[in-house]
Write a protein that binds this ligand. Structure first.
Ligand code: OGA
Ligand code: NI
Length: 343
């Protein structure tokens, strides 16, 4: 794949024009402060305390970090190592391992394990994102693991273990959220959690980080996201018209609410917009696990969340939401408008 940014950017000191974002979208030269208020939640404390902290975090920020989460530090380190090794392999090797269709279109993938560069449709984009992206489904593992890269040789074993543990952690957090919302046990069952996608972002060091983005402003289309950002800073969240930096904490996971959980909670929980910036000195690799509803699942505000008030969103099938998400290029306001019931 000739256009992988990690490959050609090694030999250039200049940011190509088609990577330069419009003035109002680019990060610019003003430094975004690391936010000390994004909640850091210790999962080893009492359950009632955790439920309260998670619910507060989901309402105020839509984001939090977790520690003492039960996923071993060695597994996190090994996974980060093996995904970095993947991106360091020669392009020919990577091409053999993944399906790369000529349009580089995520909308119509021909194979389940795919390597992309930039966004959802490279060929039709005006501006490209400064990232390469490997993504594959993970759940149930037996169904998908054979489509994953065969190299590095321990990729499947390590990433398989990681995806199982991170899925379990995600379900555990959904249970705590369910309790906090006062929903009945079983509310986040297989229909809502039957899909898991692993998305590995690789953002090479960039000659001009102020002008471009690894990922532009978006909210995630899924239920809940668990992200491992390693030790390199780059994630920012948008709150009260300001960008806030999320501090990389060793072995912590960053958790955020996706559009689906915002809608199920009738807007009580925030699906916050966020973006990834680049930097000029270090490559940055992030491992993102998305828990998704099944394609045909109907999503709507949970009855107990509505009570005597009216639902704020109309029902829809998850797969139809994904189409709208792609059409609107992740623009949270435009997407929400499609599903919002106007008062
Ligand atoms: C994403 C995402 C942020 C990051 O993959 O949806 O927001 O820091 N990633 O890589
Ligand atoms: Ni995201």
């Amino acid at each position: 794949m000739a256009n992988l940014v990690s490959t050609w950017s090694k030999t250039t000191q200049i940011l190509p024009e088609n990577y330069i974002f419009p003035v109002d979208e680019r990060p610019g030269s003003v430094e975004v402060p690391l936010c000390q208020n994004i909640p850091l939640i210790d999962l080893s404390q009492s359950q009632s305390q955790t439920v309260q902290e998670i619910l507060d975090a989901c309402q105020e920020f839509g984001f939090f970090q977790v520690i003492n989460h039960g996923v071993s530090e060695d597994l996190i380190d090994d996974t980060m190592k093996v995904v970095k090794e993947f991106f360091n392999m020669p392009d020919e090797e990577k091409e053999k391992l993944c399906s790369i269709d000529p349009t580089n279109s995520r909308k119509f993938p021909t194979k389940s394990c795919k390597l992309y560069t930039s966004g959802s449709n490279y060929a039709n984009e005006e501006i490209h994102f400064w990232r390469d992206n490997l993504r594959h489904p993970c759940y149930p593992l037996d169904e998908w693991v054979h489509s994953w890269p065969e190299k590095p040789t321990n990729y499947r074993e390590i990433v398989g273990k990681y995806s199982i543990e991170v899925r379990e952690l995600s379900l555990r957090m959904l249970e705590l959220i369910r309790e906090g919302l006062g929903l009945k046990p079983g509310n986040f069952g297989e229909e809502l959690t039957g899909g898991q996608l692993l998305s590995i972002n690789h953002y090479p060091r960039c000659p001009d980080p102020g002008l471009t983005l690894g990922l532009p402003k978006h909210a995630d289309p899924n239920l809940i996201t668990v992200l491992s950002q390693g030790s390199v800073y780059g994630l920012q969240i948008f709150k009260d018209d300001q960008w806030l930096g999320v501090e990389p904490l060793p072995h912590a996971f960053v958790v955020n609410i996706g559009h689906q959980l915002q809608i199920i909670s009738n807007g009580k929980l925030r699906s916050a917009e966020h973006r990834a910036v680049t930097n000029s000195t270090k490559d940055r690799t992030t491992i993102v696990s998305f828990i998704n509803p099944c394609q045909d699942t109907i999503i709507e505000p949970a009855k107990p969340m509505i009570g005597n008030i009216v639902p704020r969103f109309r029902p829809f099938k998850f797969k139809d939401f994904l189409k709208i998400y792609a059409e609107k290029k992740g623009d949270a306001e435009a997407i929400t408008k499609v599903y919002k019931i106007q008062p």
